[in-house]
Design a protein around this ligand. Sequence first.
Ligand code: 13P
Length: 241
Amino acid sequence: MIVAANWKMNPELSVAAKLASDYCATSFAGVTRILFAPHPYLVPVGVRLEGSGILLGGQDCHPSASGAHTGDVSTGMLHDCGASVVLLGHSERRADHGETSELVAAKAVQAFSSSLSVMICVGETLAEREAGNARVTVLEQLAISVPSTLPTTALTIAYEPVWAIGTGKVATAVEIAEMHLGIRGWLDEAGFNQTKILYGGSVKPGNAAEIFAVPHVDGALVGGASLIAADFDGICAAAAD
Ligand code: 13P
């Protein structure tokens, strides 16, 4: 199981350092933990994680190796700062920055060339689900966002229904099962048979066990609850059970 914390644009540095140290106080058998920290915090947070086995990740990268791209961060820079993985195509980046699946694929190729593994996010909006297009939307995002050249062990997929992110509204076990089965089928067909599939969207200690019991759920990508160490630990404990 993989449990990943996505801190997004949170918290302030002193809180981040304490939170990272608190994560390290416990370990969970059979659970790989990943922390996607804001770029300026990668180094100070990475120092706190040393020796814990918790992997450090960036929340985005540029598709080019270097160059005149003011404000952007390269995959080599992420690697130099201690990251071993990068989160790509989060719905907030797709919405806030107009990121397309084509751009996500280009970033994934660049990330792998810098020895980073990638976690690619997919997920439908409420309007797409209500129109009966959830499955087709997600499969199309996968088909375009995932480069066929990526090794299966360098890729993780996070299914995050947009309407469940930060809303407290979790997809039902049936909705998660249907989508994860569809994603599993697509991945196996495309040769990504060792790629894991995480669920994300309002995962909390109180609902994690139920979500982890759903077939083809290999872990969780956690936003809000990852900002409270006890809550993140509670989710990791559910994954370890
Ligand atoms: P929440 O857990 O706050 O719903 O966020 C989910 C998410 O977007 C993780 O990437």
